[in-house]
Design a protein around this ligand. Structure first.
Ligand code: RFL
Length: 409
């Protein structure tokens, strides 16, 4: 398969086997899989390289996802630098409940900031595997998706001119705010949306973690979460009202509230630090069905958003990307379309599993502060069962770790 000349952007239409829209974890993983098989592709990204390499988001990666990256030669740095977690801790009514999920499943979580993973994937794609990528593109549009001869156009950041790129396939990996999802004809795509009715104040603190594991605090004042990111940076969450202004949460208020909601007998004190990110997330999720139309295949947050309740979004993005990358390679190099034809259904089974788990977990987190004694009682019962019933504990551990995805990745 002949690749066009590097950095060709002269205004004449170009052709690539695959155009990938979006250089997040999903798009870069697809791009890397294609390049490893010698398939020519172009990645289009609205932001700069420096921006995507520094954008902090996720950090909890499931073991099957790391093994999937490893099998594709994409986990070397991650395996050198990531921490592993074997347990999480619930705090409720001033008590601590440690849940050792690795004892139950033999599997663990990897802790590796998303921006480090994006940096690794980008380096491998652009600098090692010679993949084409254009940063800073504007006004990306998709054309002819149903025709069998799709193309993607965008405004060139240097000249402001519209460039047109023909492709055999388009991978829509442009996240929750992208444009590719809107190219699905409304009569062919169904949007399922779930609103949790709460906000989360998402915080990044320049402070070492205050526990060796993820901590979930269920408190009458609202949920609070603690998640390590690196030895220097920790993510915290505080449940708040949707749409609240982060400016109403100054440093002192944040730390007082975290201490209150995460407080428990024998718990080490929280290590405070400067808050380097503070934003309110209106907690919701959505799923687009099907995840494909004609020659367009959606992957990651472009197709489905899972609120960060169960730390699933990045993992699902990787799952989609493995299946899509492998399916595109099979189609383009061997004429085998079975992977692509089953792509949407296979991904959606996993997506709905994770959506359901997030909704289940959300009720346990938020029930206590709901003001509804019935929801609060049910939340307590959910927590109790994890420690009273080995069957419930194993089921939770498998779902928290995404264990059943392991064999498929
Ligand atoms: P991304 O990462 O949003 O990447 C999409 C890329 O597309 C670009 N883009 C466009 N490019 C070209 N043309 C356009 N029109 C474009 N529009 C956008 C964007 O600039 C971007 O570079 O989507 P992807 O690849 O699907 O990856 C999804 C993950 O980023 C997301 O699911 C996770 O971050 C969710 N998430 C978590 N997931 C986990 O598995 N574990 C976690 O611990 C976890 N923590 C989190 C999270 C998300 C969070 N936020 C910010 C919502 C914590 C937070 C606070």
């Amino acid at each position: 398969m002949a690749a066009p000349s590097p950095h060709a952007d002269s205004g004449t239409p170009h052709r690539f086997s695959v155009v990938v829209v979006g250089a997040g974890p999903a798009g870069l993983t697809v791009g890397n899989i294609l390049r490893a098989a010698g398939v020519d592709c172009l990645v289009l990204e609205t932001e700069t390289r420096a921006f995507v390499e520094r954008r902090p988001r996720a950090g909890v990666i499931e073991e099957w996802a790391v093994r999937g990256l490893e099998r594709r030669g994409l986990a070397r740095t991650l395996l050198e630098r990531a921490q592993t977690h074997t347990a999480c801790e619930f705090r409720f009514a001033g008590e601590r409940y440690r849940f050792a999920y690795t004892q139950l499943t033999g599997r663990h979580h990897f802790i590796y900031p998303q921006q480090f993973l994006v940096t690794d994937l980008l380096r491998e794609y652009a600098d090692v595997r010679g993949g084409e990528i254009r940063f800073g593109v504007r006004d990306v549009r998709l054309h002819g998706l149903g025709s069998g001869r799709p193309s993607v156009s965008y405004l060139c950041p240097e000249s402001g001119e519209r460039r047109v790129v023909a492709a055999d396939f388009v991978a829509g990996c442009d996240g929750a705010r992208g444009v590719t999802r809107a190219s699905l004809p409304p009569e062919r795509a169904r949007l399922a949306r779930h609103d949790y009715g709460v906000g989360w104040l998402a915080l990044l603190a320049e402070a070492p973690p205050s526990s060796d594991c993820v901590v979930f605090g269920m408190h009458p004042r609202g949920f609070a979460g603690h998640m390590a990111r690196s030895p220097e940076v920790t993510r915290y969450y505080l449940q708040c009202r949707p749409g609240e202004d982060p400016a109403d949460w100054p440093h002192e208020r944040v730390w007082a509230e975290l201490r209150e909601r995460l407080g428990a007998v024998g718990a080490p004190p929280l290590t405070e630090g400067r808050l380097i990110e503070k934003r309110v997330l209106d907690m919701h999720g959505y799923v687009i069905e099907p995840m494909a139309f004609g020659r367009l295949f959606l992957a990651g947050d472009a197709a489905h958003l899972t609120a960060p309740i169960a730390a699933k979004g990045l993992n699902l993005a990787l799952y989609d990307a493995f299946l899509l990358g492998d399916g595109l390679v099979a189609s383009l190099t061997r004429g085998d379309d079975s992977g692509l034809s089953g792509y949407s259904d296979t991904c959606l089974a996993r997506v709905w599993d994770y959506q359901e788990f997030s909704q289940w977990l959300a009720e346990m987190y938020h029930g206590t502060a709901s003001g509804d004694p019935s929801r609060a009682g049910a939340a307590r019962a959910r927590l109790r069962r994890l420690f009273d019933s080995p069957v419930a504990a194993t089921d939770f551990a498998e779902r928290y770790l995404g264990v059943r995805a392991h064999d498929l990745a």
